[in-house]
Each structure stands twice: as structure tokens, then as C-alpha cells.
Design a protein around this ligand. Structure first.
Ligand SMILES: Cc1ncc(COP(=O)(O)O)c(C=O)c1O
Length: 358
């Protein structure tokens, strides 16, 4: 990223000067590289400020365009465990006259084909189902669900912010029409992401201006962020298989180590159909706030999403956890630099804290 903050500071939309041409070439090259990693055509990528903006653009942009085409708002479907960056734009559309079904997943966090089939209405126009959950890491059966949507001619969007860099993400293999991705989930810079779209589906912009990104996301393109984002994807792609293996090993060791000493812990989300780096569990019978106070000096972990505004996790509540259990929960991610020694230390620290509070 460094050269694009300093010597190559040109505006990629100013192609009458050399600086601008260099910046424009860097963006084009990054777009082509990212498209190649995702196995799609480069023109299907719209750079945004992150997954939140990509979700808003896909959901609101497509729903409004369809409502104009049909002459009235229609029906939308999502799952209750989505990130707020999906739930809130859909609830905004509800205020504009659309109807919304929020499907409740099974206790393992997954939804079934039958649930989706049973929720289709005559005027369903858009379904949004995340690829991987940000709190419990579960991977929805997206391929099966998107083929159901295709049969009915319903568009399907997927928030893949947590999946990029953790699985081999190919939007066309998953069969989705819109997909949102973000850079900071895979060690890239914050403030950049993208919407992947299909050219034959109507979509309206949410803002207007200089016409950048095919008019769907006007505004000067942040060249260093685009370059950094794509570099992060390249690095994640390079060691994907070995990192998945390492993370899965450490994550399973973590869970086994905790569970051996405290069999009363409740694993949140499917054990098998989840991201290799995610662990999430609830501890019955203790106070969540006291647990987090105990752990804070030693371990960096959370009970929910950074975007949950401090409320108990709506994801864990949807799985059937009580309010107290949802608060007394830990979401732990294994990172690139996490070692076996750190995992073993963390097991000790967590068990001591739980035993102290029980
Ligand atoms: C599943 C999911 N969607 C959306 C977001 C928001 O992404 P961004 O911060 O890029 O807007 C996040 C992370 O915060 C996330 O985990």
C-alpha cells in the first residue's frame, strides 16, 4: 500500500495526468487480480467501504429496483442470525412497505431447504443468507438454498464477510446473485470491501455523484485500500489449505481441552459445518460480565459481535440460549499467529476463571 499513500498519490478518475494513469492502472490490476481469485469477470466487482455498504447496496438497491419494475414492494426472506448489516437494511425496507420473513435456524445454527421452501411467497423477490456466521462460524448450505431460489426466479444475496480468506470462496459455485466481502476480516485495511454482482439483475445506487464503479458507488476510489485489500486476499489464498488445517487443529484442541475439564460447557453452532478458526460456547450458571472482567487482562475475546451495541447476542438467543447464557459466552478466533502454547495457556486461564465464578 505504501507507494499509493506517497509517491503514487494520483486520483484514478483523473486519467489526463501520469499520476492518475498510474493510480487507475493499479486499481484495474487489483480488480483483475481479485476477480481471478474469485473466478468471476472483473466488471462484476464494485468496490465499497466494506461489507456493510455492500449489503446495503445489494439489498436496498435490488429491492427498490424490483419494486419499481413490478409496481409495488414485495416479500423478502433472511435468517434471524444475520449480522446487523443485513438485518437493519432489510428492516428499513420493511418500513418502506416490503414484507420480511426472518427464519429461525435449528439449534445448530443452520437452516434447512424445507424452511426456505415453506417461506416462499408468490411475490418473494430477494433472499439473503450469510455464507458464514460472524459469531458462531456456521456455514449455511448455500449451494442448495440458492438452487431453490434459482428455480423460483428469486434473487439471492450472501454476506460472505467472514468466509473470504477462511474457505475457498467462489460466488458462482455457491450460485448466489450478490455477494458482499470485506477486507479487514483477513488482515487487510479497514474501510474497503466489495459487492460482487450479476449484470442481468436490476440494482439502483444508494448515492449519486461522479459515476465511479459503474455509477453504483460514486466517489473517489481509495487506491491504497484497494491495493491492500487485494494483497490481503492474495496472501490468504496462498496458505489457505495449510492455515485451515492448523486453525482446525488448534480450535479442536482448545475445545477438547476446555471440555475435558468442564463438560457442562455448551458449544454454540454446528460442530462440523463451521469455519475452521471459530469457537463459540456458553458457560451455564455464571455471570457474563464477571467472566469478561476476569479474562480481560489475559485474553482478547468477545461474547458477540463488535456491532452488537453491547446487547446480548441475538444469534445466541436465536439458538435457544437464555439471556444469562448468551452473556456468559465466549467467541474465540484462532489467528495466523496463534500458537499451541497460547491455546494451552488460554484453556488454563478460562478454566480458572470459570471455576472461580461457579
Ligand atoms: C458477517 C458480517 N457482515 C458484515 C460485517 C461488517 O463489515 P464491514 O466492517 O466491512 O462493514 C461484518 C463485520 O463486522 C461481519 O462479520
Amino acid at each position: 500500500m505504501a507507494p499509493y499513500w506517497n509517491e503514487n498519490w494520483g486520483n484514478p478518475s483523473s486519467r489526463q495526468n501520469r499520476n492518475g494513469i498510474r493510480a487507475s492502472a493499479a486499481v484495474s490490476f487489483a480488480r483483475e487480480q481479485l476477480a481471478e481469485f474469485l473466478n468471476i469477470a472483473p466488471q462484476r466487482l464494485i468496490f465499497t467501504s466494506g461489507a456493510t455498504e455492500a449489503n446495503n447496496l445489494a439489498l436496498i438497491g435490488h429491492a427498490r429496483a424490483k419494486a419499481i419494475e413490478i409496481g409495488k414492494p414485495g416479500h423478502l426472506i433472511t435468517i434471524a442470525t444475520e449480522h446487523h448489516a443485513v438485518l437493519d437494511p432489510l428492516r428499513q425496507l420493511q418500513k418502506e412497505g416490503f414484507r420480511l420473513t426472518e427464519l429461525l435456524p435449528d439449534s445448530d445454527g443452520l437452516i434447512t431447504k424445507d424452511q426456505l421452501i415453506n417461506s416462499f411467497k408468490k411475490d418473494t423477490l430477494l433472499v439473503s443468507i450469510m455464507t458464514a456466521n460472524n459469531e458462531i462460524g456456521v456455514l449455511q448450505p448455500l449451494q442448495e438454498l440458492s438452487s431453490l431460489c434459482k428455480e423460483k426466479g428469486i434473487a439471492i444475496h450472501s454476506d460472505a464477510a467472514q468466509a473470504l480468506g477462511q474457505i475457498d470462496l467462489q460466488p458462482d459455485l455457491l450460485g448466489v446473485d450478490f455477494m458482499s466481502i470485506s477486507s479487514h476480516k483477513l488482515y487487510g485495511p479497514k474501510g474497503i470491501g466489495a459487492l460482487i454482482l450479476k449484470s442481468d439483475l436490476p440494482i439502483l445506487p444508494l448515492q449519486w455523484g461522479g459515476g465511479q464503479e459503474s455509477g453504483l458507488r460514486p466517489g473517489t476510489i481509495p487506491v491504497p485500500l484497494v491495493v491492500g485489500f487485494v494483497k490481503a486476499v492474495e496472501l490468504a489464498k496462498k496458505d489457505l489449505t495449510s492455515r485451515q488445517k492448523r486453525c482446525r487443529f488448534l480450535r479442536d484442541r482448545f475445545w477438547q481441552g476446555l471440555n475435558d475439564q468442564r463438560p457442562d460447557l455448551i458449544l454454540n453452532g454446528s460442530k462440523l459445518k463451521r469455519l475452521p478458526n471459530n469457537l463459540n460456547f456458553s458457560i451455564p450458571g455464571i455471570s457474563g460480565s464477571r467472566l469478561h472482567t476476569e479474562l480481560r487482562p489475559y485474553i482478547s475475546c468477545t461474547s458477540g459481535s463488535a456491532c452488537s451495541r453491547g446487547e446480548p447476542s441475538h444469534v445466541l438467543l436465536a439458538l435457544g440460549r437464555s439471556l444469562t447464557e448468551a452473556e456468559a459466552s465466549l467467541r474465540i478466533s484462532i489467528g495466523r499467529s496463534t500458537t499451541s502454547k497460547e491455546v494451552d495457556q488460554a484453556i488454563d486461564i478460562i478454566i480458572k476463571a470459570i471455576n472461580k465464578l461457579s
